[in-house]
Design a protein around this ligand. Structure first.
Ligand SMILES: [Zn+2]
Ligand SMILES: [Zn+2]
Length: 94
């Protein structure tokens, strides 16, 4: 799955305290390294992304390093990485 960053989202927060914690709470996965394919950096943040597809413009959270969180390029994810919805109405804000 390829994704693109959504910029200007750092002011958004949720009840989980941080977006990386939001991802941990809802993905059922554990991330110790950036989920951009080939990246092993460990300075993780919960990055807001959209899928690089025309049929889904929803916002999702994935664990990226600071560098990939600021990438203007489309980013290929590590296989099987779960994209957690950034919509708090369907997750922690319920
Ligand atoms: Zn949350
Ligand atoms: Zn990275």
């Amino acid at each position: 799955m390829r994704v693109k960053n959504i910029n200007g989202t750092s002011q958004h927060t949720c009840k989980c305290g941080s977006w990386i914690q939001h991802w941990r709470n809802y993905s059922g996965q554990i991330a110790t390294e950036c989920r951009a394919a080939g990246c092993s950096r460990k300075d993780l943040v919960g990055a807001h992304v959209q899928k690089d597809v025309s049929y889904d413009s929803s916002w999702y959270i994935v664990p990226f390093c600071n560098m990939h969180n600021q990438s203007k390029q489309k980013v290929e994810l590590v296989a099987n990485t779960v994209l957690v919805s950034a919509n708090v109405a369907t997750t922690c804000g319920r």
